[in-house]
Design a protein around this ligand. Structure first.
Ligand SMILES: Cc1cc2nc3c(=O)[nH]c(=O)nc-3n(C[C@H](O)[C@H](O)[C@H](O)COP(=O)(O)OP(=O)(O)OC[C@H]3O[C@@H](n4cnc5c(N)ncnc54)[C@H](O)[C@@H]3O)c2cc1C
Length: 411
């Protein structure tokens, strides 16, 4: 099969690149093997914990950071473009890279965020809230949502918090197994009459609070689930993040995949790229586990296989390596230096990833692979946890590479 571009990996990075390329009329395929980090997304994207103004000086201190390879003016444009991409995919996001807002973690901490799905509760700054009082609704037997912690966080914002609990007959089947009582399964149950019954029960709990806060368990059984609850309850209803797999993240993955396919992109899920043929310094074709006899051929290839979580890079007790092409992984250091003893310190392994040139071409033994680009969390140099730049790096590099591929095509 022949394409203009083949993308390996269908998480956030692969899908954002794929959408931009397909939107410009390119023939694009994404081959993706498994769950992406989006399945555990908090509902918020981070860009840089200190805000956009600090991004321009990253190159001075950290020339190996992926942002250092992107013109700061382009970074600003990509942050604007991101909202459009998600809005077109039916997932409106609120926020701006200029000034971070605050999101609520499942443990009730307030953390800076760039963009957040609009159903989540967010705040402009500490102490700035449009709400006066909130009823936090817990669900009987659901252990991935911590109302007491959430209340502690909201009290810091000056909100008066009340915690109340509901049960629903339809959830009882899930309660028979602790592993079934998860956000994704609750969300699939909440459709039709169970959804309406749920909303009626929530309505019965509300007194004079001006905000109703629910766990993020909507949108998979019924796309408009939360809006329907809000209509029935008759108050402002928002959600807060849960731990474990994220119903919103699964929805986001589906929405982005649908958007890619509706633009003519080919999404080959459940298959793994296992190897490739390289001629000199160019990839000629790819092979996958499910299509052993078939060769996937393209002008350009994008590697978006993620970090350790996606298995874009793999660690053994001896080494960290990139499993498809054996690309150069940096930094190389002795195993005892991979991590810091204090878990709260910056962990060196967070910055492990493939080495690239300034256009994000990866290398094998120091030699650039000319028609291959790496995007997303497989790139070396960023510490998503300490720098608060997870999705920002992923999206900015995905958009830069899509733009460069299109620019070369039209030369
Ligand atoms: C659990 C988790 C939660 C996170 N939550 C947030 C958050 O809430 N906000 C935030 O800003 N950042 C978050 N991050 C940071 C995160 O890295 C990015 O937000 C982003 O989603 C990563 O996208 P990616 O496409 O680079 O990688 P992944 O999401 O890991 O996607 C890589 C994909 O490639 C596939 N793949 C791997 N190897 C192959 C192969 N050989 N053939 C075919 N397919 C392959 C994988 O199965 C996977 O689907 C989180 C990271 C993790 C690990």
């Amino acid at each position: 099969m022949r394409y203009d571009t083949i993308i390996i990996g269908g998480g956030l990075a692969g899908l954002v690149s794929g959408i931009e390329l397909a939107r410009s009329g390119s023939r694009v395929a994404i081959i993706s093997s498994g769950k992406s980090a989006l399945h555990f997304c908090s509902g918020s994207f981070e860009f840089w914990s200190e805000g956009m103004a600090a991004v321009g000086s990253i190159a001075e201190h950290n020339p190996d950071h992926p942002y250092s390879k992107i013109d700061p003016k382009k970074i600003a444009r990509y942050t604007e473009q991101t909202k459009d991409i998600f809005a077109r995919a039916g997932m409106p996001l609120v926020g701006s890279a200029e000034a971070n807002h605050l999101r609520l973690t499942p443990l009730g901490a307030l953390k800076p965020a760039w963009l957040t799905m609009d159903e989540y509760v967010t705040f402009e700054a500490v102490g700035v809230s449009e709400y006066r009082s909130v009823v936090i609704v817990a669900i009987e037997g659901y252990l991935d949502f911590y109302p007491e912690f959430i209340a502690k966080g909201l009290e810091q914002m000056g909100l008066e918090c009340h915690i109340r609990e509901i049960s629903l007959a339809e959830f009882n089947r899930l309660r028979q197994s602790a592993t079934e009582m998860r956000a994704v399964n609750l969300s699939r149950t909440l459709k039709g009459s169970p959804l309406r019954e749920f909303a009626q029960r929530v309505k019965a709990l509300v007194e004079d609070e001006d905000l109703v806060l629910l766990p993020a368990i909507f949108g998979l059984g019924e796309e408009r689930g939360l809006q329907i609850v809000e209509e029935i309850v008759g108050r402002k209803v928002k959600v807060a993040a849960t731990v474990s797999a994220s119903a919103s993240g699964v929805r986001m993955q589906k929405r982005l995949t649908d958007a890619f396919q509706s633009l003519g992109g080919v999404f080959i899920g459940g298959d793994r790229v296992v190897g490739c043929t390289i001629d000199e310094s160019r990839i000629v074709s790819l092979n996958t586990a499910n299509h052993e006899e078939e060769e996937f051929v393209a002008e350009n290839y994008i590697l978006a296989t993620g970090s350790f979580f996606g298995r874009g890079i793999v660690a053994t007790p001896e080494e960290v390596y990139e499993p498809i092409l054996g690309l150069d992984v940096v930094p190389q250091m002795a195993r005892k230096e991979w991590y810091a003893d204090d878990i709260l310190d910056a962990q060196p392994f967070q910055k492990f990833g493939v080495a690239t040139d300034s256009e994000l071409h990866p290398m094998i033994d120091g030699r650039v692979v000319e028609n291959l680009y790496a995007v997303g969390s497989i790139l070396s140099g960023a510490d998503a946890v300490k720098e608060g730049c997870g999705a920002g790096v992923v999206i900015a590099t995905a958009l830069m590479v899509a733009e460069n591929i299109l620019a070369y095509k039209h030369k």
